[in-house]
Structures are given as structure tokens and as C-alpha cells.
Design a protein around this ligand. Structure first.
Ligand SMILES: NC(=O)c1ccc[n+]([C@@H]2O[C@H](COP(=O)([O-])OP(=O)(O)OC[C@H]3O[C@@H](n4cnc5c(N)ncnc54)[C@H](OP(=O)(O)O)[C@@H]3O)[C@@H](O)[C@H]2O)c1
Length: 248
């Protein structure tokens, strides 16, 4: 039976690169996201087969339906879950409304929890599995003006460590990836005209000892490492892939 992976937020940035990386390594990939056209473009680049799971994950019924379709499909054995979909907003504690905090919590934390709740029985009956939660370097060392996002990403690391303990007896591994600044549409600078973007990138160079921000591919390779058997004895880790930003 062909091995498979679910990648959420696969229509863009890190999720798209991760889907392509798993596919290169022979995995059938389930691609979840809202933008169907972009999911189709990513699916075309996944040569080991892909299935589109387009839905707004905040729609609980739609999410449950997608998960149930996937987990009852006997054509594949799903070995890996990558909780990657996420949103980023800059707010201080003073400017972040209840609504902003609730949205951050819902998309970046509660939805991954719901997905894992659906996956646990499946992984238990199929001899194990691997969960990769995409947190952030801000979840390790927060920065002013990102309070809700940083707090939720820190919670995600803590939750991953709980999951690792709950899942261990069932051969379920759980690890977190903590990317630094990566060039994706989640950042405003990503879509600036070239000259302005280069200026913005230059201003960020010195934030990292390695002198530049990261690419989605660099994160995807690490997610593949934690998701696959390459890391068979690793669980509960929070791996920073960030050019050393927290050391600077
Ligand atoms: N880029 C960075 O610098 C950075 C740094 C640290 C951590 N991260 C984390 O990395 C992850 C991926 O971010 P990215 O940088 O690749 O950003 P991105 O390019 O904006 O991608 C975000 C993805 O999440 C999906 N998504 C968001 N809300 C959704 C919802 N309600 N339902 C379904 N899908 C939803 C988007 O789907 P649609 O586009 O189809 O709506 C998109 O595929 C996030 O968890 C982010 O917090 C990023």
C-alpha cells in the first residue's frame, strides 16, 4: 500500500514546498487549503500522486468531511500529518482585539488539535505515525508586536511535547518545526515590487548570523526529515530552522 502524507496549507509557501518534497520521496500527498487553483498547481508538481482537499478549515463540518474521506480511503496508508496552515498578524497586546486573539488561536492551534484528534485513532490502529507541527522561532523567542501569534506558536510547541508523550506508546511521534523569516506570501514584503522587496530583504540581512532569510524549500526539507523515518527516534523536538536568528 502506498504511503501518504496530509499537508495543510499546501496551496502556498512552506506547505506547497513540503508537499513537493514528500512527493519527490514517493509519498502520495493530500493537499489541504482554501485556494483550489493554487492547490491544483501544486498537485501538478507532485509526481507521486495527489488528492485535493480544498476547504476552509474553520468550517468544522467541511473539515470533518474531508478528514473522514481521507482516513477511510483504503488506497493509502497515511503515515505523516503536517499541521502547517497558519496566519500571521502584527499586533501589540494593546492593539490586538479579542477577535484577533481568537482567530490566531483557532487557525494556528485549535484546528491542528482537531485534526490530530481525528488522526490519533487512525495512527493507533495502523501501527503509528508522525506529526509535524509548524510553529515558529517566535514561539521560542517572541518579538514585540507579535503577541498573539508568538503566544499561540509557543503553545503549539508545548502541546507538541504533550502529544509526544501521549503518542509514544502507540509509535506516534510528534515534533515541531520553528522557522525563522521565510520568503512566503504570509509577509507583506513578499509581494512588493522587486526594488522595494530587495530593500526590505537587505534591511533584514543582519537579523540572522547566516546573513539572509530562508526559502520554503529549506523548511520543507526539515519537515520531511521530522515527518519521515529519517528521524525515527526523535519525538517532542522543537527544531529551529532560522539562520540562527535567535542567536543574533
Ligand atoms: N514564512 C515565515 O516567515 C514563517 C515563519 C515561521 C512560521 N511560519 C509558519 O509556517 C506556516 C506556513 O506559512 P507560510 O509562510 O507558508 O504562509 P502562506 O504562504 O501564507 O501559507 C499559509 C497557508 O495556510 C493556509 N490557510 C490559512 N488559513 C486557512 C484556513 N482557514 N483554511 C485552510 N487553509 C488555510 C493558506 O491557504 P489558502 O492560501 O489556500 O487560503 C496557505 O496555504 C504557518 O503556520 C506559519 O505560521 C512561517
Amino acid at each position: 500500500m502506498k504511503k501518504a502524507a496530509l499537508i495543510t496549507g499546501a496551496s502556498s509557501g512552506i506547505g506547497a514546498a513540503t508537499a513537493i518534497e514528500f512527493s519527490k520521496n514517493g509519498y502520495f500527498v493530500y493537499l489541504m487549503g482554501r485556494n483550489k487553483e493554487r492547490l491544483e498547481e501544486v498537485a501538478m508538481r507532485c509526481r507521486s500522486g495527489a488528492s485535493l482537499m480544498s476547504c476552509d478549515m474553520t468550517d468544522t463540518k467541511a473539515l470533518d468531511k474531508r478528514l473522514s474521506e481521507m482516513l477511510t480511503n483504503k488506497a493509502h496508508r497515511i503515515e505523516v500529518l503536517v499541521n502547517n496552515a497558519g496566519i500571521f498578524e502584527r499586533h501589540t497586546t494593546e492593539t490586538g482585539t479579542d477577535e484577533i486573539w481568537m482567530k490566531q488561536f483557532e487557525v494556528n492551534m485549535l484546528i491542528p488539535v482537531r485534526i490530530v484528534r481525528a488522526f490519533f485513532p487512525y495512527f493507533k490502529t495502523h501501527g503509528g505515525g508522525s506529526i509535524v507541527n509548524v510553529s515558529s522561532t517566535l514561539g521560542i523567542k517572541p518579538a514585540a508586536g507579535t503577541s498573539a501569534y508568538s503566544a499561540v506558536k509557543a503553545a503549539m510547541i508545548n502541546w507538541t511535547q504533550c502529544l509526544a508523550q501521549e503518542g509514544g506508546p502507540y509509535k506516534i511521534r510528534a515534533n515541531a518545526i520553528c522557522p525563522g523569516i521565510v520568503d512566503t506570501p504570509i509577509h507583506q514584503f513578499h509581494s512588493l515590487p522587486e526594488a522595494e522587496k530587495n530593500k526590505a530583504l537587505e534591511s533584514m540581512q543582519n537579523l540572522q548570523p547566516l546573513g539572509r532569510i530562508g526559502t520554503p524549500d529549506e523548511i520543507a526539507k526539515s519537515i520531511y526529515f521530522l515527518g519521515s523515518d529519517l528521524s525515527s527516534w526523535t519525538t517532542g523536538a522543537a527544531l529551529a530552522i532560522d539562520g540562527g536568528i535567535n542567536l543574533a
